[in-house]
Ligand binder design. Sequence first.
Ligand SMILES: Cc1cc2nc3c(=O)[nH]c(=O)nc-3n(C[C@H](O)[C@H](O)[C@H](O)COP(=O)(O)OP(=O)(O)OC[C@H]3O[C@@H](n4cnc5c(N)ncnc54)[C@H](O)[C@@H]3O)c2cc1C
Length: 560
Amino acid sequence: MSRLVILFVTFLTVLGKNESVFSDFDPEAERSMSCRSDEGQCYVNWHDSVNVGGSIATLMSPNNTNSSDFSSGLAALQQLVDDVYSDGRRMRAYGSKWSLSNVAYTNDVMLNSQGLTYCKVGIDDESHVTSAYKDIRNRLAIVQAGMMVRDVHQALKVKNLALSTTGAGDGQRFAGAISTGTHGSALHYGAMQEFVRALHIVVPGEHVLLQRSTDPVITDAFGEWMDNARVIANDTLFDAAVVSFGSFGVIHALIFEAEPLYELKLQSKQFSYDRIKPVLESLDPSSLGFDGINSDLPFHFEVAINPYNRNTNGCFVRLFEKVTLSDEEFQIQQETGLLDAYDPEETDLFEAVGQAFRPSMGLLPTAAMRKVVFGRGVQFALRKVFQTKSRTEQSKTKKPYEWFTFKGAHDPSTMSPVPGTAFEIGVPAERVVEAVELIFSIVDTDPLAAPVAIRFIKKSRATLAFTKFNLTASIEVSGPYDRVFFRSQIEIRNRIYEAMATSGIPHTYHWGQGFPVNDVWIPSAFGGQLDTWKKTRAEFLGDAIDTFSSDLLEDIGLYP
Ligand SMILES: Cc1cc2nc3c(=O)[nH]c(=O)nc-3n(C[C@H](O)[C@H](O)[C@H](O)COP(=O)(O)OP(=O)(O)OC[C@H]3O[C@@H](n4cnc5c(N)ncnc54)[C@H](O)[C@@H]3O)c2cc1C
């Protein structure tokens, strides 16, 4: 038989074999495919993920008419929220559409936040901040919801400031990134929501500034300046709203605290799993032989494993040490233009994995063949991102915004030839080896075109933060998934979800990635915190609660 015939037969076999899987696991396929020809009436996410988005009744895109003032954008938002509420409709805002779940989607009114890009670094008026923040009010910033993380970096760096942490890329919008708890591997700091000090939220009939009562930052005078926002200081309310994926109203702006600009020094290497396993168990990296790294984990510590090469050199470790920049060094860098020009990284792990796979690879007929080819693709992607072979990158020091960006991050959609998906499981750091080996036990027999990437993040106070453990190990599995070539991938992902559910390992899922759409895992992950979140939301929104609800919230038991 010619190769073409074999491929065709394989294709039909795979289609036939997966028909039941398709209907079991893909009930929404019709819906999300039906509207793709009309972008204005359709929500499709950045990675074109299967089962994300679908048709929408109304798309609104409010803007500021004056770029140096937020008032026009705020007024437009207020009008819109009032109208949606009084018409008894539902709405959801979106940022860059990077989420791989339906958290940003409703089929009714969708609000594109991207035109809301006012940003001010430093609060000039002393009366606008509490006494605890007077001396550092130059480090507080007010950012409208639609500002891209990349642009926030640029606004901060000219003032010798930086974000304390971000994700691996910087194409998200500020409200979108915070709302799902986006994180890097800042294991002594936490996820992005940790630097938020106040949320400015629009709900029907009013707009409010929420902050913690135990850490008040802004005053009523600031509220007046913000077009008469009511200031509410309440820990429970702030912690519930800060990671709430659009469920507490429309975020107009965030007030956050930046820190002095710093640099990060890279080291990366490849190992076999027998060297990595004891490090994951002990969190003591001293045996890995990195320069200057003893038993303590540095600022950022990340391990990405190629399941199919793990016993040779398929475990990639990347770490960053934090290097502070003196005022003098900052001055020199600013004057010589060093802060202006930088060359973004080629790609981040997510995008590199997407680009490593061609559609035909998904149709390989045997598990053995898929293991070889997927293993090669994952190894290629990991080498590209971790730069273990690049002598020039090793020990290089760059600003965080130079490391955590990539060339296509600011484009409206991915460069991957196949739609992609990902999930991220959060487990207590001390259970990470068990969870990772459970995943290996599944993908060893049913190969998944994806690496298993681990990052560590400090506990968050946010009520539904996926980083809820003292030290959360996040296990990310990203890769291609479409309806033709890589259809079987969803079945394998579902098996991992099921195995985690019965494993006895406490776990959560990242809201901005794929997760099981059922009402079982959330109560088990969050216990009483779930009731607190629901009660707080109901009290805050009153009869506007339905306005900010969605089918997804209903399906996963967050509403009613
Ligand atoms: C290439 C890529 C790399 C990624 N890397 C990481 C990573 O390193 N670490 C990590 O943690 N995650 C990562 N993610 C996930 C991503 O950071 C999150 O999904 C993030 O929430 C996306 O931000 P966004 O601006 O695209 O928001 P969207 O996906 O558009 O929206 C996210 C949520 O925010 C809500 N929202 C947006 N704007 C508003 C508003 N104005 N008011 C109220 N709610 C609002 C939406 O309703 C939705 O619930 C990655 C995703 C991709 C595609």
